[in-house]
Every structure is written in C-alpha cells, then in structure tokens.
Design a protein. Structure first.
Length: 41
C-alpha cells in the first residue's frame, strides 16, 4: 500500500479520558485540525 505524507496540523489526535468515546469526522474540505477544538472539549 502506498504511503503519503501527512500535512503538518492534519495529524490524527487522541485525548485520554473516560470509558466513553466519540468519533469526530470532518467533511470533504475539512481537516483534523478543524475538529481538534471539538476533541478538546
């Protein structure tokens, strides 16, 4: 499988927390950076 570089600021992120998890997905024109603030909440 081909590997492609990840743009700075678009890396996946993970926050330690409780037993409850949430999958956050961005739209076609979004990035993980645009969802980062929601993950921090």
């Amino acid at each position: 499988m081909a590997e492609y570089p990840i743009l700075p600021g678009a890396e996946p992120f993970y926050f330690e927390g409780s037993d409850i998890g949430v999958l956050v997905s961005h739209g076609f024109t979004g990035t993980t950076q645009s969802m980062f603030f929601l993950g921090q909440y």
